[in-house]
Design a protein around this ligand. Structure first.
Ligand code: ADP
Ligand code: ADP
Length: 239
């Protein structure tokens, strides 16, 4: 089943910068896709179009049969709550404790007044601790987020994305700021937890070695166009 269908997607920031050129691509349910390509290739732009942080200039994106490109208001809110995001810089609130940072992933599901009060149900708390246990951070639950190492922060970032129970997980350069060992743990946990749940995952990376190790499919982007799309073992060294 196709979860995400992208058709003739073009993103032009200004007349000289075309970040994506007529990209058409489908993502199947349960895939762990790594998008690779040099800096400036258009990887982040693709992710930002999918989660509607930016509007595409042209083309169509269908997520689970629904058009993302034109969604507004409540429809957009629901779509966003179904798409989890993991960021390069973790996007945690440093002075807030770890478990609260995870719970913030639920905000998109709450009415505004409730999110302001920060009232979470017993079930939501249990889910947060269960996720933290999965990534080996249950004992850090009441530490401030900024007391953690980079790798630990990113694992909290993964928990925050997963607690919203998304249908799709997007990760934009999740390991770019990490040392190799922490990067490996983050990739492994992200891969294992998502494949356990059959969750579709699209990860932007510039490290080809990590792409080869974890991806079920690799998409290569260069100058805003797809230049490779296939299994990890089909990837040649110059990509
Ligand atoms: P990456 O290669 O990891 O995407 P960049 O350094 O290209 O990171 O971009 C970092 C931030 O700067 C992004 O938020 C992007 O939107 C913004 N940015 C990148 N290029 C430009 C540009 N030419 N003009 C304005 N903002 C830009
Ligand atoms: P990647 O993630 O592969 O590094 P990006 O999607 O960040 O690539 O960038 C693709 C192109 O779009 C680059 O030329 C970049 O400079 C440009 N770009 C990215 N963000 C912006 C922005 N906010 N404004 C203008 N140009 C941008």
């Amino acid at each position: 089943k196709v979860l995400l269908h992208i058709e003739h997607l073009t993103k032009r920031y200004d007349k000289d910068t075309v970040a994506l050129r007529d990209v058409s691509i489908d993502f199947k349910e349960g895939d762990f896709v790594v998008v690779i390509g040099p800096s400036g290739a258009g990887k982040s732009t693709l992710i930002r179009c999918i989660n509607r942080m930016i509007d595409a200039t042209d083309g169509k994106i269908l997520f689970d049969g629904q058009e993302i490109s034109g969604a507004r208001g409540q429809k957009l809110r629901v779509l966003r709550s179904e798409i989890g995001m993991v960021f390069q810089n973790y996007n945690l609130i440093g002075r807030v404790n770890v478990v609260k940072n995870v719970l913030y992933g639920r905000l998109g599901h709450m009415p505004l007044w409730k999110s302001l009060l920060g009232k979470y149900s017993r079930e939501e708390r249990k889910a947060a601790f269960a996720l933290l246990e999965k990534v080996g951070l249950k004992d850090q639950a009441y530490k401030r987020a900024d007391a953690l190492s980079g790798g630990q922060m990113q694992r909290v970032g993964i928990c925050r994305a997963l607690i919203q129970e998304p249908k799709l997980l997007l990760a934009d350069e999740p390991i770019a700021s990490l040392d190799p060992k922490s990067a490996e743990i983050v990739m492994e946990q992200m891969h294992d937890i998502t494949s356990e749940r059959g969750l579709t995952c699209i990860v932007n990376l510039h490290q080809v070695d990590f792409a080869r190790r974890y991806a079920s499919r690799i998409v290569g982007i260069r100058d805003g166009q797809v230049v490779f799309d296939g299994a990890p073992d089909e990837l040649t060294d110059e990509m």
